[in-house]
Design a protein around this ligand. Structure first.
Ligand code: OSB
Ligand code: MG
Length: 382
């Protein structure tokens, strides 16, 4: 077995409800998708859940599609197969492009496509291949609204759908008020806030007021590339700090855990594991297991992924090392006007159940795939 061909496609998915974060409002997402075909006739698809602009992380759609994938990653895979041998396993794949720095989102999409193939070959669900054990777990929603009224409306809707864990987007000037309003309306829900690096050393002190609302965590208040300053402010605030943007690898996670341990505060560190932000599921599994061994809590974050991407993340959530509810569902019911897989994912009563069908358990919608975008590059790997 070997990789025969890899193609890159670019699709545009339209959100049913705009999503607002500290860096702006998103209404549609143009993204790269990777399709791998193997010599034994299998096809796998991986989503690359970048945003259109480098506002969350530097690696946006164009960086992944035009630079990382087409100029470096795919030619490297083809060259590896010509010179070093066939890529048959995820480890082979990772070795082939290990020399390429960064490009974590782009790499994760290639890895996801090969995991898709691996699960078809083994005829097992992804969660079994990844050693997961939890087949039912609570899931949450991420609320990105522009006004307190919008946020409360989305929260009411999500509560009606049965979700009991809400994350809300905040930024300087839209923080204490929205957290207070949510806590008053939902005294018993699990509540957490996400700043997407909107604060700096001059204004993070505003967040001390968050200690009054019994929040589970404050996600990425400071700079997207910082771990050290986050560990310092974590000594001055009772609510745990959760890292999202600053974690790209197991090594980043080890650095963070080392700093919080030095301050005797590991119970105030939480890691948001987004598999695509750490180059894929293999690295994500290592991070989850390391965190569990250190007593650091983790959960699975999302990137407004399509149902295909969400399904991979839901399977990953089966690991016993993942112990808090993740961002898997939209507070308004469904994220996109048209999605990429069927049947629609649902979590009645806020609990998701994984099945025993092979792969993601979903059927990839090739008609939607072709209607929503087009191929932009093809690499022959034979
Ligand atoms: O920081 O978690 C984030 C969406 C885009 C970029 C960054 C983030 C988010 C979310 C979406 O919060 C959550 C989801 O996909 O359900
Ligand atoms: Mg986040």
């Amino acid at each position: 077995m070997a990789i025969r061909k890899i193609s890159v496609h670019r699709l545009t998915l339209t959100l049913r409800v705009p999503f607002t974060t500290s860096f702006g409002t998103t209404t549609a997402l143009t993204r790269p998708y990777v399709v791998i075909e193997t010599t034994d006739g299998l096809t796998g698809v991986g989503e690359i859940p970048t945003l259109n602009e480098p506002a969350y992380k530097a690696e946006c759609d164009g960086a992944a599609a035009e630079t990382s994938l087409t100029r470096f990653l795919l030619p490297t895979i083809a060259k590896y197969q010509r010179e070093q041998g066939n890529i048959e396993t995820i480890d082979d794949l990772r070795s082939s492009y290990a020399w390429i720095k960064g490009a974590v989102f782009a790499k994760s999409g290639i890895e996801a496509a090969l995991w898709d193939i691996e699960s078809q070959r083994q005829q097992k669900p992804l969660w079994q291949i990844w050693g997961g054990t939890q087949t039912s777990f609570p899931v949450g929603v991420s609320i990105g609204g522009k006004t307190v009224e919008q946020v409360l409306k989305l929260a009411d809707n999500a509560a009606g759908l049965g979700y009991r864990r809400f994350k809300v987007k905040i930024w300087p000037g839209f923080d204490v008020e929205v957290a207070r309003a949510l806590r008053e309306r939902f005294p018993d829900h699990l509540l957490q806030v996400d700043a997407n690096s909107a604060y700096d050393t001059s204004n993070w002190q505003r967040l001390k007021a968050m200690d009054d609302f019994d929040l589970l965590l404050i996600e990425q208040p400071l700079y997207d590339d910082d771990i050290v300053l986050h560990s310092e402010i974590s000594q001055e605030i009772r609510t745990p700090i959760c890292l999202d943007e600053s974690i790209h690898s197991l090594r980043d996670t080890q650095a963070a855990v080392g700093l919080w341990k030095r301050n005797d505060a590991v119970d105030r560190l939480i890691i948001n594991i987004k598999p695509p932000r750490v180059s894929g599921f293999s690295e994500a599994i290592d991070i989850a297991n390391f965190c569990q061994s250190e007593g650091v809590r983790t959960w699975v974050g999302g990137m407004l992924d399509s149902a295909w991407g969400k399904a991979f993340n839901l399977h990953f959530n089966s690991l016993s090392a993942v112990n808090l509810p993740g961002d898997h569902f939209s507070p308004s019911g469904a994220y996109f006007e048209r999605d990429l897989a069927t049947p629609a994912l649902s979590a009645l009563g806020g609990t998701f159940h994984l099945g025993t069908e092979p792969g993601t358990g979903l059927t990839f919608d090739w008609t939607a795939f072709h209607d929503l975008g087009a191929q932009i590059f093809e690499q022959d790997c034979s």
